[in-house]
Design a protein around this ligand. Structure first.
Ligand code: ADP
Length: 596
């Protein structure tokens, strides 16, 4: 039932990446320029060394050698300074851009429709907001610039080494092909092998933890042998995957080490022969060898970091995927004309599944108490979600005052309809901040009045009153208090209609007594649609809507429906027979094990 959040297309990712670079274009250009200059400065060293050797052999005099040596020093210093400043700027650029990505991600996450987040689960969203953003930030800060420097160095060195001596250069480059080849071979296999190793580690940890945690059960049921076998299997999988990655490394590293030396050795050999025939100078041979030696590092860096860039562009695609959620909110749309809620021909299906609501027609009268009953799976909670604007029907309409409920922005929606469930959330922050979420402009008196309505006297007794910090490090409200704060928010939002899902609302016996009273005060004067999982709610309601298999089967007052002798009457009879004479309340569900 979990559906992953969307992932952006490669084109969108490229466009977004370019957009980010453009936002900080000058810093990025400065990073590139400094890096290019640093790479160029690095090229001077070998050439100057070659010149020194030739000068010495020609007995060109110490003054000339000194000048050349000074040149080596100056260029080395210049390279150091340029590379350092480039790095510094790149870090600042990377952190600024990462901050932009994080902020943008938060904005998008907040804009997601509730239903989308619910369906995707918070795990996916959290992973994107943390690990993925971090991966992209690292790439921007470290890998990107390094890759750029390495690529540029490779290019420049290639040009220079061929310019110094095409024959020597070409011969050296052939040797480097081995590095290229073996590294590609390694990279093509490494990703999968390391993923498998990681997965095997997770499985092993899971198996061990589960065995330890369930030790008594394992003992009681005599499952020792089976658990042992599972552990053996997990350990064996670990061994296998680790051997595989070890093998990959044991091929890569020796080959790379040798491959480093081969081009240099080849150039020295060939250079020696050519020099003996007077074709090239010793200086040229040394310069060529040094350049080739310099080339190996950036080549490897490019090969490894391309991998990193690929994986972080996957992360970026996951972050960018949030940009285009199934946007529903139409802020500034039409305002509802009145408080009337109408369901007309509404059908709904979850994620391309079969319809779970079929053409439901229902007019809720302002101010009435309407109970929705029916067997488990009949679609009661789904209807509640449509009425609360969490989902929109795929055909038909659910409107308040003529406007589709699902199209109302959050500000407008909460003044019309609020869904009340047991899942109240306390937000980090003060009591006041928790309350202001529902009514940002509410004054002191309004906040106190709302707390009084729900009977939350305890707030006034807290040392810091409304300014008390809530949460793990501050005051921790118990279940009943949390429920009261949630209800106080409802009072502040002041919607004309409440949807009450009893499957999840107020069933905790410890909090029930307190909360029932607070709830009664909140319901007062509002239209209430109760998704009733307990029949006494239906008995007390003005009208009862009976859902069966996603269809509205019956609609009328309790007395009418009992007199009609239909599905509701049958339900009522069975409940009344078992419970009515004892006068018990509130535990009999309209059907066992409500799935909502
Ligand atoms: P009720 O509240 O009457 O028990 P629901 O509205 O929860 O019924 O469920 C109606 C139907 O929709 C059931 O068949 C249920 O399996 C299905 N359903 C409910 N929630 C989901 C969901 N998130 N994804 C897919 N199917 C769902």
């Amino acid at each position: 039932m979990n559906r992953q959040l969307p992932v952006a297309e490669p084109r969108a990712v490229r466009r977004a990446a370019l957009g980010l670079l453009r936002l900080d274009g000058r810093a990025f250009a400065a990073v590139l320029t400094l890096n290019a200059l640093a790479a160029a400065a690095a090229l001077a060293g070998p050439w100057l060394l070659g010149r020194i050797i030739d000068t010495v052999r020609r007995h060109g005099g110490t003054a000339a050698v000194d000048r050349l040596a000074l040149g080596v020093l100056v260029f080395a210093l210049a390279q150091l300074l340029l590379a350092r400043s480039a790095r510094y700027l790149a870090h600042r650029f990377g952190e600024r851009t990462a901050a932009r990505i994080r902020e943008g991600f938060l904005d998008r996450a907040f804009a997601l429709p509730t239903a989308v987040v619910e369906r995707a689960g918070t795990g996916d969203l959290t992973a994107r907001g943390t690990a993925d953003v971090e991966a992209v930030a690292t790439t921007l800060r470290d890998v990107g610039p390094e890759l750029f420097i390495a690529g540029l160095q490779v290019l420049l060195i290639l040009v220079v080494v061929l310019a110094v001596n095409p024959l020597l250069g070409g011969c050296g480059l052939l040797g480097l092909l081995a590095v290229w080849g073996v590294t590609r071979w390694y990279l093509n296999r490494a990703r999968e092998a390391y993923l498998a190793e990681g997965a095997a580690n997770s499985v092993l940890a899971e198996v061990l933890a589960a065995t330890a945690a369930g030790a008594r059960t394992v003992e009681a049921l005599g499952l020792q042998q089976r658990r042992l076998a599972a552990c053996h299997e997990a350990v064996e999988a670990c061994r296998r995957t680790r051997t595989r990655t070890l093998f990959l490394r044991s091929v890569l590293f020796p080959v790379v080490d040798v491959a480093y030396a081969v081009p240099v050795a080849a150039v020295l050999l060939l250079g020696g022969i050519l020099n003996a025939h007077g074709v090239v100078s010793v200086g040229t041979v040394v310069a060529s060898a040094l350049y080739l030696r310099q080339l190996a590092d950036p080549v490897l860096a490019v090969l490894f970091q391309v991998e990193q860039v690929q994986s972080s562009s996957a992360s970026f695609a996951r972050i960018e995927g949030l940009a285009r959620p199934a946007a529903q909110a139409a802020p500034g749309g039409a305002a509802p004309a009145d408080d009337r809620i109408e369901v007309a021909g509404a059908s709904y299906a979850y994620d391309g599944g079969p319809d779970v609501l079929h053409g439901v027609d229902l007019t809720v009268r302002p101010g009435e108490r309407l109970a929705v009953v029916g067997p488990s799976g009949a679609g009661k909670s789904t209807l509640g979600r449509l009425l609360a604007g969490i989902e929109a029907p795929h055909t038909g309409t659910v409107t308040v005052g003529g406007v589709p409920v699902a199209e109302l922005g959050p500000e407008q929606l909460r003044r019309q309809v609020v869904l009340v469930t047991q899942e109240q959330h306390i937000f980090l922050g003060t009591v006041r901040e928790n309350l202001l979420l529902a009514a940002p402009t509410a004054g002191e008196a309004q906040l106190r009045a709302a707390l009084a309505v729900v009977g939350a006297d305890w707030v006034a007794e807290l040392p810091a009153g409304l300014e008390t910090e809530l949460g793990p490090t501050g005051y921790r409200p118990d279940g009943a208090q949390a429920q009261q704060l949630a209800l106080a928010r409802v009072v502040l939002a002041d919607p004309h209609t409440l949807i009450l899902d009893e499957a999840t609302a107020l069933l905790d016996p410890a909090t029930a007594r307190h909360a029932e009273r607070a709830l009664a005060a909140v319901l007062d004067g509002r239209t209430v649609i109760a998704i009733a999982h307990r029949l006494h709610t239906a008995h007390d309601a003005d009208r009862v809507a009976v859902l069966a298999d996603g269809r509205l089967a019956e609609l009328g007052t309790h007395d009418q429906l009992v007199a009609d002798g239909g599905a509701y009457a049958a339900l009522w009879d069975s409940w009344h027979g078992t419970h009515g004479t004892h006068g018990t309340h509130g535990t009999h569900e309209t059907a066992a094990g409500a799935a909502s």
